[in-house]
Design a protein. Structure first.
Length: 259
């Protein structure tokens, strides 16, 4: 399902589900190149669009970026964490280290989205926000395809129990009680739960990728139309930057171009 590609002997990943769209989850080997320098690897004619990511759930179009009032002073980049296309040959990009880079396509319209989903954005359902915006352009949820790129694996991502609860409350199968211990027990009973035990008091391990997958499935996206990359940014330093591992603000880019 996931394939290594190379450009000038530098590696990046693609997902078979998105084979009809030019896309890539690029590795640390492409640093410090910016999106406008990477887009030509995928298309010589596509325009490039990016954001100043702020760990929220705002998803914008290129038109909305051009008129955004909330922007980063130094660069003029709009403040948001997701981008969706409106017309052919628009390349949308997100940056990540341990957070989830999510690329989404709509088979009906050909439009696509790129989403940055850390634990905060995931707790705010940013992936489903992006899907709903894509569906507002046409098609049905059965037209949606999703690839969740390299991110930190839940087995090595330690968070507080409160953070685990905040991120996972969106996927609760039953109403939560308001009692932390009771609610965590309920969430850990979910099949293939994203909440894993941790030996340290007050902590759990959290699989943010799995939370995004469950949110999308609960929205109605076909489980067979969602693929998670079998790569962990924390455990594969030869390919990926990881803030949790290095405590340095270094990132890799993921992008996709609409048909």
């Amino acid at each position: 399902m996931w394939q290594w590609q190379t450009r000038s002997e530098l590696p990046y990943l693609t997902c078979d589900l998105l084979s009809d769209w030019q896309h890539g989850f690029f590795t640390r080997q492409f640093a410090p190149r910016e999106p406008h320098e990477i887009t030509p690897i995928l298309s010589a004619t596509a325009s490039t669009h990016r954001l100043k990511q702020v760990h929220g759930n705002i998803v914008l179009t290129p038109t909305e970026i051009a008129t955004a009032t909330e922007v980063e002073v130094e660069t003029g980049n709009a403040l948001a964490d997701g981008l969706l296309t409106e017309q052919p040959q628009q390349a949308v990009w997100v940056a990540s280290a341990d957070c989830n880079p999510i690329l989404i396509a709509n088979r009906h319209t050909g439009n696509v989205a790129a989403v940055h989903a850390g634990w905060r954005g995931t707790s705010l359902n940013i992936a489903t926000v992006a899907v709903n915006r894509l569906l507002a352009q046409g098609g049905s949820v059965t037209d949606i395809i999703v690839a969740i790129g390299p991110a930190i694996d839940g087995k090595v991502y330690q968070v507080t129990k409160q953070v685990g609860l905040e991120v996972c409350r969106s996927i609760a199968l039953n109403p939560l009680s308001g009692d932390l211990k009771t609610d965590l027990t309920s969430l850990q009973a979910i099949p293939d739960s994203p909440l894993l035990p941790d030996e340290q008091v007050g902590r759990v391990r959290l699989d943010v990728r799995r939370v995004n997958q469950l949110q999308l499935e609960q929205l109605g996206v076909d489980p067979q139309a969602i693929s998670i990359a079998p790569h962990c940014t924390y455990q594969e330093p030869e390919y990926f930057f990881s803030y949790r591992r290095e405590k340095l603000k270094k990132i890799q880019w993921s992008g996709i171009i609409n048909n």
